[in-house]
Design a protein around this ligand. Structure first.
Ligand code: IPM
Ligand code: MG
Length: 365
């Protein structure tokens, strides 16, 4: 089969990791007889520099015509002082809204080979960590009405959700739980927020359609605490845009592998999905062949799985990444306290070598 992939390398290390990941996709394609055609588009800071607009129209149009979109990272200090609507992050908002990818799946998975990097005590995470955060991505306070009053003495942002918006993300949460350990926790602030109370109402209305899933509720402040106290109580967390933004950063950090975590943003299936690593653009190491490409490579695996239904191919990428880790290869960010030892053993590698190791494993396994 032929697949057209929209590429948004973006800023900082984005081009390094996207280029490396496409080579892995090509190796998988060659092995299984698929052809991936890439169309590259500008978004983020580089798009501001080239066109004045963080998300040029042709980028969104091109992405909508693709079978799936792979994004590196956007942003950097160079563009930090621009006004809100002209910031690189607007490209993300515009892509998410424009592509209608309302569901952001963020697996927080601890790689056993990297467990030493986990900041929690072994008795808390001894059994590993595998949580899926399902974050609503195109509604709530990040998309609600915002403004300032006439004399600039007050400002507001609004949390706003419609029942259909709530229902579709909750359903995805239930379905995701059905494919995993069948526990779904709705995280909200229903003791204060009216919108949260509506989330619970909708959950109650549809929960009997998912009898095999155990539904629980938790206030977000408690959830933030429970994630560090006893993270393995969670299987799937479903939550609003802002709470999901915050909790997914927390969850990724407790895995100790932020440079390893992938994400998928999906819509109702009628358009392409958007895939990206959850880490940022790391401008300090951009273009130096130091960035860890594994989160982006794993995002490609999610793309194969969710957008193209290529399960065997996705599994192979994940197994290849695990093999490379098993064999002791590390980029700087995941070397942890063993950095000097790994370096002395010659197993400290850069972006290009790391992706080549994955390709070798893909060809070998
Ligand atoms: C994320 C990021 C973005 C978000 C920022 C960069 C706008 O933090 O993808 O989680 O808040 O959604
Ligand atoms: Mg975030």
């Amino acid at each position: 089969m032929n697949y057209t992939i929209g590429l948004i390398p973006g800023d900082g290390i984005g081009p390094d990791i996207v280029t490396a990941s496409c080579k892995v996709l090509d190796a998988v394609g060659a092995k299984f007889g698929h052809k991936f055609t890439y169309n590259t588009y500008l978004a983020g800071g580089c798009a501001i520099d080239a066109t004045g607009d963080p998300l040029p129209k042709e980028t969104l149009d091109g992405c909508l015509k693709s079978d799936a979109v792979l994004l590196g990272a956007v942003g950097g200090p160079k563009w930090d002082n621009l006004p809100g609507k002209k910031r690189p992050e607007q490209a993300l908002m515009g892509l998410r809204g424009g592509m209608k990818v309302f569901a952001n799946l963020r697996p927080a998975l601890m790689f056993k080979q990297l467990s030493a990097a986990c900041p929690l005590k072994n008795e808390i995470v001894g059994n590993g960590l595998d949580i899926l955060i399902v974050r609503e991505l195109t509604g709530g306070i990040y998309f609600g009405e915002r403004g300032r009053n006439a004399d600039n003495t007050a400002a507001w942002d609004t949390e706003h959700y419609t029942k259909p918006e709530i229902e579709r993300i909750l359903r995805l949460g239930f379905e995701s739980a059905q494919k995993r350990n069948k526990r779904l926790c709705l995280v909200d602030k229903a003791n204060i927020l009216e919108s949260s109370r509506m989330w619970r109402e909708v959950a109650v209305a549809i929960k009997d359609e998912y009898k095999d899933v155990e539904l629980s509720y938790m206030y977000v402040d408690n959830a933030a605490m429970q994630l560090v106290r006893n993270p393995s109580q969670f299987d799937v967390i479903v939550t609003s845009n802002m709470f999901g933004d915050i909790l997914s950063d927390e969850a990724s950090q407790i895995t100790g592998s932020i440079g390893m975590l992938a994400s998928a943003s999906l819509g109702d299936g009628s358009g392409p999905g958007l895939y990206e690593p959850i880490h940022g653009s790391a401008p300090d190491i951009a273009g130096q062949d130091k960035a860890n490409p594994l989160a982006t490579i794993l995002s490609c695996a999610m793309m194969l799985r969710y957008s193209f239904n290529l399960t065997k191919e996705a599994d192979l990428i994940e197994r290849a990444v695990n093999k490379v880790l098993d064999d002791g290869w590390r980029t700087g960010d995941i070397a942890g306290s063993d950095f000097d030892k790994i370096k002395a053993e010659g197993k400290l590698v850069g972006t290009v070598k790391m992706s080549q190791l994955v390709i070798d494993a893909v060809n070998q396994l």
